[in-house]
Unconditional design. Sequence first.
Length: 69
Amino acid sequence: MENDQIRVCPRCGRSFACKAHRVKLCDCMSVPLNPDALDVIREQYAGCLCPKCLRELNAMVDGACGMAQ
């Protein structure tokens, strides 16, 4: 965890280790986000979200898109 930044998720308030300086190890890279989820994140939050919130938002947007069809 050397050089990882400890951040607070703006959505849930949990602390998490940001590994943006080691992008291949970054949690953001392990959560495949659809374009609609990325739009929601960009519009509603500043900064990084924790992996749990990334997964939750992605699932919510996927569910909303599935219901719209």
